[in-house]
Design a protein around this ligand. Structure first.
Ligand code: TRP
Length: 340
């Protein structure tokens, strides 16, 4: 019954609610989630507790962005009938799991994580690292294992975190001689990482160089026309460079007609194709992608979002309670025989 096992596989992902989601999230992960929701059991979590690990002094921002991120999900086509959408802080079992998992990984291993290292730099936490921030990969392990997720559609930057999660899973199963926890595999989108409109390595909300799915027609156009191209491509007839050219990076990610795109690249390299013409092509492409997403977003009320998230939390919590019972049992803790 191969079909059955495939369909029963659990897919889980999450985002920190610290701002609207952008096109980097779309190509890295959202696009895959929309596809996967038809064939897998799908959980999507809004990681408000993880967001607090570096925004503990700004809880209002985290709280306000829960509904924004949920609207991003629903507007790109994630369906609450197919996916369980929920908020992390409503599932307290995750934090009990986190404590058990903390024993199974060393501080130095947590410090050796390239994603965490890059974030520490960015946040100037380097001198004094909050324990909660260093430990967020452990909490992420709880997010994944509580639902027995085996597939994580996520951006490239999540690979080191999933690696830590799998190490903890193996250590847990070995230490307590059990197989209750499952390892997970990351599924990175075809375009692993989208550059920022300024040409910096990564589109990110903190670098202020991303195109958000909720950007208006005008803002989108303005961002496209400000994109970094080839500074030496001054006249239309000048030969231009493709490498490091942000407009081509975005066309690679979003323009469907690849054969035509190859021709445009050749023409640009030879000379004879202007930046304005290219930007106009990208503008048409992205406006066509984002228009229906914007329209859908405008129809979703805050109340609808909250109802969906509460129903999702109820479903998710049942599963987390079950896994936690199995974990406590595997460790050999006292069985809970009464409701408190
Ligand atoms: N670390 C992820 C991010 O920065 C968010 C996240 C939290 C996550 N828990 C997860 C991702 C579990 C995948 C699986 O966006």
């Amino acid at each position: 019954m191969l079909m059955e096992t495939i369909e029963n596989k659990v897919v889980l992902t999450a985002d920190r609610p610290t701002g609207h989601l952008h096109l980097g999230h779309y190509v890295g992960s959202l696009r895959n989630r929309v596809k996967l929701q038809d064939s897998y059991r799908c959980f999507i979590m809004i990681a408000d507790v993880q967001a607090l690990s570096d925004n503990f002094d700004n809880p209002e921002k985290v709280r306000a962005n829960i509904t924004e991120v949920a609207k991003d999900y629903l507007s790109v086509g994630i369906s609450p009938e197919k996916c369980t959408l929920f908020v992390q802080s409503l599932i307290p079992e995750l934090f009990e799991l986190t404590v058990y998992f903390m024993n199974l990984i060393s501080v130095s291993r947590l410090e050796r994580n390239p994603t965490v290292k890059a974030e520490l730099q960015q946040k100037s936490f380097t001198d004094s690292i909050p324990a909660g921030f260093l430990a967020y990969p452990v909490s992420q392990t709880a997010d994944i294992t509580a639902f027995k997720a085996q597939l994580i559609p996520a951006g490239e930057d999540q690979l080191p975190l999933i690696e830590i999660a799998n190490e903890i899973v193996r250590r847990f199963n070995r230490t307590y001689n059990t197989n209750v926890l499952l390892e997970a595999e990351t599924m990175v989108g075809k375009v692993g990482r989208l550059v920022g409109i300024d040409g910096k390595a990564k589109a990110s909300k903190s670098l202020n160089n991303a195109i958000f799915m909720s950007d208006s027609t005008e803002v989108l156009k303005q961002k496209i026309y400000s994109m970094y191209t080839d500074p030496n491509h001054v006249k239309v007839s000048d030969p231009g460079r493709i490498e490091g050219n942000v407009v081509f990076a975005y066309l690679d990610a979003f323009y469907e007609n690849k054969a035509e795109l190859e021709e445009l690249k050749l023409k640009y390299q030879k000379g004879g194709l202007g930046d304005t013409a290219l930007k106009s092509l990208l503008n048409n492409t992205l406006q066509a992608l984002l228009m229906p997403i914007r329209e859908k977003r405008a129809e979703i009320s805050d109340d609808t979002v909250i109802d969906i998230l509460m129903a999702g939390a109820a479903k998710a919590r049942k599963i987390a309670i079950q896994t936690l019972a199995e974990v406590r049992d595997a460790i050999g803790l006292l069985k809970r025989t009464t409701d408190f």
